[in-house]
Design a protein around this ligand. Structure first.
Ligand SMILES: [Zn+2]
Length: 339
């Protein structure tokens, strides 16, 4: 034994018993951007037993200002975020089992990952995915911690199935900032404040200190010095489609409509094939080598730059078309180069 966790076990609400619980639990983090890398680092340092982290994207230079696990090398080599995060986290704490997946957060991809998961942390930038997480949490009775930030503003809320109102209950009655695509930018302290709220809540859930779990929706603005905590228990609805008596989990059947998506705050469109197909990146590289453009490849993805457009093909079948927000234009490009 070493004293890696001594300061945490000295903290009375955790103690040796709490530490044992933390080390036997499994957390799923959805998204490996700013919030996801912060939460992942905190929980891996805290000694969680297993961490699953998923992300569909790769590291870019504009991420380095706030996405704390990534380095310049990761951006240079366009490493998928999940892979770069796992590499770094394994160096931080080799005792933690880390499962990293380069996938899209769809119901089909997420549901098989939930087996044995004790807490889900929302680290997405996307309201559609949050509603999917919300429905999965209710269906499988797994607590989740919502978090969002934009500019200097942040918000967080803990959802306990069967107890607190869910995100679906909240969204019609409570102003939820930070939910829309925004180009207002972001400062890293706002991220870290949300991450602090989310990981503190996760730790309470992992040690099963239910009485300490925050029941209020907390929000703050670090630049204008505002802070609020709103009680929301009265907004729980008996007929909520996600957490009510006859819940139908509507966002879990939404999957098939989401083939193509304009990405939040980025000049990019994601295309996902109608049926599940994987790219053979070596074959694709040979095909594209004969075209008018530049091909770059790593073991996880292939990038093809032509004119002011760049297309990135992931092994799991997806493609990102950078340099446009026009879905029709993106599809035309995709078909021109992939046949
Ligand atoms: Zn609800």
């Amino acid at each position: 034994m070493n004293d890696r966790y001594s300061r945490q076990t000295l903290f009375q609400p955790i103690g040796e018993k709490g530490q044992e619980k933390i080390s036997s639990k499994h957390v799923l983090i959805i998204g490996a951007g700013a919030l996801g890398t912060g939460a992942a680092e905190n929980l891996v340092r805290a000694g969680v037993g297993k961490l699953t982290i998923i992300d569909r994207d790769y590291v870019e230079w504009s991420n380095l200002q706030r996405q704390q696990l990534y380095t310049e090398k990761d951006a240079e080599t366009r490493l998928p975020k999940a892979v770069a995060a796992r590499q770094r986290l394994e160096q931080v704490n080799s005792e933690v089992i880390i499962d990293a997946k380069v996938i899209d957060a769809t119901p089909l991809e997420l549901e098989p990952l939930l087996d044995g998961v004790d807490v889900i942390i929302d680290a997405t930038d996307n309201f559609d995915i949050r509603m999917i997480i919300n429905d999965l949490s209710q269906k499988h009775q797994i607590p989740w911690v919502y978090g969002a930030c934009v500019g200097s503003y942040g918000i967080s809320y803990t959802i306990l199935p069967g107890d607190t109102p869910c995100l679906h209950c909240l969204m019609e009655q409570v102003p939820l900032g930070g939910l829309t695509c925004d180009t207002a930018g972001i400062i890293s302290p706002a991220v870290q404040m949300v991450t602090a709220h989310q990981t503190a809540e996760a730790m309470k859930l992992l040690v099963e200190d239910w009485g300490a779990v925050r029941k209020k929706l907390v929000s703050f603005d670090l630049w204008t010095n505002q802070h609020s905590a709103i009680g929301v228990s009265s907004v729980k609805k008996d007929d909520c489609p996600s957490c009510g008596r006859e819940a139908s989990y509507p966002f879990l059947s939404y999957d098939q409509q989401m083939k193509t998506a304009v990405l939040c705050g980025r000049d990019s469109v994601q295309i996902r094939p109608a049926s599940k197909q994987e790219w053979n990146l070596t074959v694709l590289a040979e095909t594209l080598a004969g075209q008018d453009g530049r091909v770059e490849k790593n073991p996880y993805l292939l990038s093809f730059t032509t004119g002011d457009k760049r297309m990135v093909f992931f092994k799991d079948g997806r493609a990102l078309i950078h340099g446009t927000q026009d879905v029709a234009e993106a599809k035309t490009l995709y078909h021109r180069y992939t046949g």
